[in-house]
Design a protein around this ligand. Structure first.
Ligand code: UD1
Ligand code: CA
Length: 569
């Protein structure tokens, strides 16, 4: 999600002055552009071991996708952006799957190699989860981190800038524990931030009362439940304090878990400085515990993505229906018609047109490409100036070279279509290498599969395939050849040849006229099956019998013939 600008401002920071707020606003405008610069002495711990019972899912919560990307990757990406080389992700439920998703999701990102996956075998709470990462940081050769940024794995709207700012305030305030909070109209389910004077908070966005503790929803009193300030689940904690405090946690709460949030109370009682930074845009702090919450987060993220690409010069005729995943890139002057889905890691170049009801998943599309309505494209590469659709289906492994054209009802798989080549109508092209300037006639089929194996078809430059050509692979049609319509190509075709393979045509003058006369009902033969009259067939003319040609089918004319027979009787 790097690069989606947000206008979040910090509304209130405990005991901060107007000057500091001004300073922070200044910093924001410069720092939002700065991504990836790692902060010295900082380590990040991401918690991702929970199952997420409230999701009612077989799948670990952090693997559920938000804007097309597994939820955990949002937090891991923020971690990489701010800490670069020192990140631990605590996994537990479906640990192997989560590990794989993380490794695959960040493989090409700077600092990816330094993400350490830590296992929390039993999920005994968020405090216990963080404690599992201690050996990563304290056993290392490097000196221990000065500060830890701790992130929940289920808060995908959190932005890099906010994490950086939290750390900045933590340092400038000399705090031991800094928590991120926000105000929610409906705070239910979240941990509440309890301050010494609850009502003093948030006046004019300035000084507010001291934080005393975070109390979980289940453990809160009625008075505490009324608090609308919630714990977002993002913390900066001093290195000297964190693990010593975690060791002392007790699971004395409704869930019998070791709560990370209890270290706030502990720090306060030990007279450490605890401060809270409050997000003005509460959406950024939304956590995902339920499918309903996930749906809300999905909407917010989709809207942010649309705004980002609109700002970047993409036209959307109906932005609300443009469905763009987080990992997508779109060039300027590209036009998205209503109801398009651009998914996964798809990259679209400049000045393209994507018409309605088309779906592109993990594709690379060049510049000036037109994709007409109802096209479904997966894991394929489309070069500049190509034209596709309507109703094109590209399965994985297709390469369309420059200015290639693929028309309606064409399915392709693992096939390259050369520069300027055309497959305009009703074809299946699979496991084929097709050169430049080739014409693929309507209804052409590569017969690539014999029920056991797949075989390759090669069509060299400037070949002309007539309509309804079948290519029985493996087979090669060499450059410049012409294949007559209706040909089944079973053998290799030499260059510049004409190939025809069809049953010879037979014309029977007068046959059709005779059939019309028969259908008029003069000569009918009745067919009996087990004594019952089943159907009536036309008496075959002598001539047809002797050649073995197919008889005109009586069933076509049945109702008329029947009526006439009845009328006769
Ligand atoms: C947590 C906070 C709550 C805060 C909310 C914000 C605690 C005790 N509570 O509550 O104050 O308002 O987040 O969204 O921290 N996890 C583990 N191991 C565990 C338990 C959880 O790794 O043993 C991970 C989960 O996978 C998840 C994160 O920690 O990514 C938070 O856990 P979750 O159960 O969702 O906590 P909340 O009840 O939402
Ligand atoms: Ca949660």
């Amino acid at each position: 999600m790097q690069g989606y600008p947000s206008d979040h401002e910090i509304l209130s920071v405990e005991l901060l002055t107007v000057i500091l707020l001004f300073f922070m606003t200044k910093m924001e405008s410069t720092n939002q552009q700065v991504t990836g610069a790692r902060i010295p002495g900082l380590a990040v711990i991401v918690m991702a071991a929970g199952l997420g019972k409230r999701m009612r899912s077989e799948q670990a919560k952090v693997l559920h996708r938000v804007a097309g990307r597994p939820m955990i990757l949002y937090a891991v990406e923020v971690a990489l952006q701010v800490a670069g080389h020192r990140t631990a992700v605590v996994v537990g439920h479906q640990a192997n799957d989560v590990r794989q998703v993380i490794q695959a999701g960040i493989a090409d990102k700077a600092g990816a190699e330094s993400v350490v996956i830590v296992e929390q075998a039993e999920q005994l709470g968020t405090g216990h989860a963080v404690l599992q990462s201690r050996p990563v940081f304290l056993g290392a050769r490097e000196s221990p981190p000065t500060n830890y940024l701790i992130l929940n794995g289920d808060t995908p709207l959190l932005k890099e800038w906010t994490a950086r700012n939290l750390l900045r305030v933590h340092q400038s305030e000399g705090a031991t524990v800094t928590i991120l909070t926000t105000m929610l109209e409906d705070p239910s389910g979240y941990g509440r931030v309890i301050r010494r004077e609850p009502s003093a908070h948030h006046r004019g966005g300035l000084a507010s009362s001291e934080v005393l503790k975070i109390i979980e929803d289940r453990d809160a009193t009625l008075a505490e439940l009324a608090t609308k300030e919630i714990n977002v689940g993002t913390y900066v904690i001093s290195g000297e304090f964190l693990f010593r405090a975690l060791e002392k946690l007790e699971p004395d709460n409704a869930q019998g878990e070791y709560y990370l949030t209890d270290i706030v109370r502990m720090a306060v009682s030990q007279r450490h400085r605890v401060i809270a930074v409050t997000l003005q845009d509460s959406q950024e702090g939304l956590g995902v515990n339920t499918r309903q919450q996930m749906a809300v987060v999905e909407q917010v993220l989709r809207q942010q993505i649309r705004e980002h690409w609109l700002d970047a010069g993409v036209t959307m005729l109906d932005p609300a229906s443009a469905w763009i995943d987080a990992g997508v890139v779109i060039g300027n002057d590209t036009v998205l018609y209503p109801n398009v889905a651009i998914e996964g890691t798809t990259e679209i170049g400049r000045d393209c047109i994507i018409r309605s009801f088309s779906r592109l998943t993990d594709c690379v599309v060049g510049d000036h490409v037109q994709i007409l309505d109802h096209s479904v494209l997966r894991e394929s590469q489309i070069e500049d100036g190509a034209i596709l659709g309507p109703f094109v289906h590209l399965r994985p492994g297709v390469v369309l070279r420059r200015k290639a054209k693929v028309g309606n009802f064409v399915e392709m798989k693992k096939t390259e279509l050369g520069e300027g080549s055309k497959a305009n109508h009703l074809s299946y092209l699979g496991d084929a290498m097709i050169g430049k300037g080739v014409n693929i006639g309507a209804g052409t089929i590569t017969c690539n599969y014999d029920g056991a194996r797949k075989y390759q078809t090669t069509i060299e430059d400037n070949v002309f395939l007539g309509s309804d050509t079948q290519l029985i692979a493996p087979v090669t049609v060499a450059a410049g050849s012409v294949i007559a319509a209706g040909t089944t190509v079973t053998d290799n075709v030499p260059a510049d040849s004409l190939t025809i393979g069809r049953a010879p045509q037979v014309n029977r003058p007068g046959w059709a006229a005779r059939r019309r006369a028969l259908l008029a009902g003069d000569q009918l033969e009745e067919t009996y099956v087990r004594g019952e009259k089943k159907s009536r067939t036309l008496l075959p003319p002598q001539a047809s019998r002797s050649t073995g040609q197919q008889q005109p089918d009586s069933t076509k004319g049945k109702p008329t013939a029947r009526k006439r027979v009845r009328a006769k009787k």
